[in-house]
Design a protein around this ligand. Sequence first.
Ligand code: DX5
Ligand code: ZN
Length: 219
Amino acid sequence: MGIQITPSILNADLSRLADEVARIPSADWVHVDVMDNHFVPNLTLGLPVIEALGKHASQPLDAHLMIEDPDRWAPAYAEVCGSVTFHAEAAKAPVRLAREIRAQGARASMALKPATPIEPYEALLPELDMVLIMTVEPGFGGQKFLDLCLPKIRTARELMRKHGVETWLQVDGGVSLETIERCAEAGADVFVAGSAVYSADDPDAMVEALRERAEAASA
Ligand code: DX5
Ligand code: ZN
């Protein structure tokens, strides 16, 4: 697939979601952060808002579920989103959950917080369409990129090569023109960017600038 950019709407104007998404026609996906005030100390939006946004967005939705009990809730998101990411730290039965997401026709993805290693999940890779390596502690946009996560991106890419799987490798948190090259060099190919895109005067030009920089660094 090459490099993909999936802007997070967390730092967009949440009162005008459809308009905000229309400002980023070059984006490959729209990243939607679902937070429940339990798994993370923040509350955002849920299925009804995502269903409504899905009718207006020209790109597929990339749902990032920062919630407790994704085993119970994620399959419903898979009915309306192109990709559904649950957290490894919250899932009780990640293999069953990934299969349920795929059965709904969505891509199944698993996220790891900064302190969660990838190695214990190596055997799960064939069950997953994407792995999300968090490069901030989940919960808020606009945080500083954690360089300490870069070795895990490298390890994840090596494990994917070892298993011969086509799993996408997403990074989320503090991705900007300044940090995206390090992520791409380490092997990431799907980039979430929230504040970098929505604090730019021209969000779509920023999507293209991020893509160019990642492509140059991964070539
Ligand atoms: C944080 C969210 C991110 C966030 C990224 O928990 O998962 O998707 O919106 O925002 P930035 O790019 O500003 O770090
Ligand atoms: Zn996210």
